[in-house]
Design a protein around this ligand. Structure first.
Ligand SMILES: C[S@@+](CC[C@H](N)C(=O)[O-])C[C@H]1O[C@@H](n2cnc3c(N)ncnc32)[C@H](O)[C@@H]1O
Length: 406
């Protein structure tokens, strides 16, 4: 029997320790170069490659301080419902609603277990950093799956297990020492952490964590009363347990062997030939770099969204650059021509690839990009279609481009 309830200590924590750090003004936040990672309005065809863009009903389950308002702010033509069990988080969300006049945002103090009572279905459900804090995450996932529209997409973020091993050691250490979430104990925790040995398993996590520096973040990491983390196979198992289908990682490149390994890597050919699921498991365990897993799910009956470069028709796809992909900025130590950056990736392109990349504008199909690149490039290859096939499929595999079908 599944447990459809919260741990009351979790509610207490998010009331007292305001987390994540609230965004005060979304205009300022945007101008500072921030963006939502999963934004179904901006990247509609990333989530629905086979559909025309349309206004969506969005549910933000466990919206925290700013995420519900963010979805409403960036997607004014969508109806956004933001739910949470923390009054403090909802107050921050209400402040942003008032500040930015977000008439498309409904804010409800509601547990995600009770979302069925709204009697609605949602096209896009986003729940990041929430389900792993439930006593029974699968029960929470099932409650959300029940309100997902037939062709809806659910975007989840769950903690990754490889980089968090040291977090659980510290949680256990502080529990054993009787450390609470009182102000005095949080200050004491911070002092203690200054004496962590350099070889402690949490060090690589701290190196990647901005949250570590502020108290609510520290509480969320090492004094949390309820959390668990997932390996890659456990993510696939989770999707299955809640009755949905794994549709893909938000950033497929972050799990692809081709993104990280050069051809001189031992066993390269073997690793590159593995199915995507095994490549993801290898990358996650070998490099230990995923603090969290971000992925999309859909109903098992959903079809038509698959992108393939094997079948005919890929030249009719329309390519889009993923957010964050940009030419290497001027002023970089040695600015190189035809070099692009995204996140941790550096992408060096051949001259015709560069012309293809420049032709991508979210309107031209692949075939039109080939025409445009052929007209512009001084380096015309003998086989432009083959070069474009290799380029488009490699950029897709590495998550730098996504495609609209048809
Ligand atoms: C780590 S925060 C993440 C907030 C937000 N999703 C984000 O990514 O910024 C977790 C949030 O989940 C909320 N939460 C926990 N259990 C919940 C439940 N059963 N229903 C709704 N919200 C819940 C907490 O109150 C807290 O605001």
């Amino acid at each position: 029997m599944r447990k459809r309830k919260d741990n009351p200590k979790v509610r207490e924590q998010y009331r007292k320790w305001v987390y994540p750090k609230p965004v005060k003004d979304l205009d300022e936040w945007r101008k500072a170069g921030n963006f939502q990672l999963a934004d179904p309005g901006r990247d509609f065809n990333l989530f629905w490659p086979d559909r025309d863009k349309r206004p969506l009903d969005i549910l933000v389950a466990g919206c925290g301080t700013s995420q519900g308002a963010g979805q409403a702010y960036f997607n004014r033509d969508c109806q956004v419902t933001a739910i949470d069990i923390s009054e403090t988080s909802l107050r921050c969300t209400r402040d942003l609603k008032d500040r930015h006049g977000l008439t498309n945002l409904e804010i409800l103090e509601l547990s995600l277990f009770d979302v069925g009572a709204l009697n609605r279905k949602f096209d896009f459900i986003v729940s990041t950093g929430v389900l792993h804090h439930l006593p029974d995450p699968v029960a929470g996932g099932q409650a959300l799956a029940d309100v997902l529209a037939p062709d809806g997409v659910m975007h989840l973020m769950l903690y990754g297990s490889t980089l968090r091993a040291g977090v659980y050691m510290l949680q256990e250490a502080f529990r054993a020492a009787g450390i609470t979430q009182s102000d005095a104990d949080v200050a004491l925790t911070r002092q203690m952490c200054q004496h962590l040995p350099r070889h402690h398993a949490i060090q690589p996590f701290i190196a990647q964590s901005g949250d570590w520096k502020h108290d609510a973040g520290l509480v969320d990491i090492v004094l949390h009363p309820q959390d668990r983390a997932y390996s890659v196979p456990e993510i696939f198992g989770f999707a299955d347990d809640i009755g949905l289908k794994f549709r893909g990682w938000l950033d497929r490149g972050a799990y692809a062997a081709a993104s990280f390994l050069l051809p001189n890597f031992p066993g390269y050919e073997r690793l590159i030939a593995l199915p995507a699921t095994e490549q993801a498991t290898f990358i996650d365990n070998f490099f230990q770099m995923h603090k969290v897993h971000r992925f999309n799910l859909c109903h098992r009956s959903a079809t038509g969204y698959e992108i393939s470069f094997e079948a005919d028709g890929w030249q009719h796809y329309t390519p889009f650059k993923i957010i964050g992909l940009r030419p290497e900025p001027p002023g970089a130590a040695a600015q190189r021509p035809n070099v692009w950056k995204r996140d941790r990736f550096t992408i060096a392109l051949g001259p015709f690839d560069q012309a293809l990349m420049e032709a991508i504008d979210g309107k031209r199909t692949v075939a039109q990009c080939i025409e445009q690149a052929s007209a512009k490039s001084k380096h015309m290859p003998d086989d432009p279609v083959d070069v474009a096939h290799a380029f488009m499929s490699a950029m897709w595999e590495r998550g730098h481009l996504y495609f609209r079908k048809g």
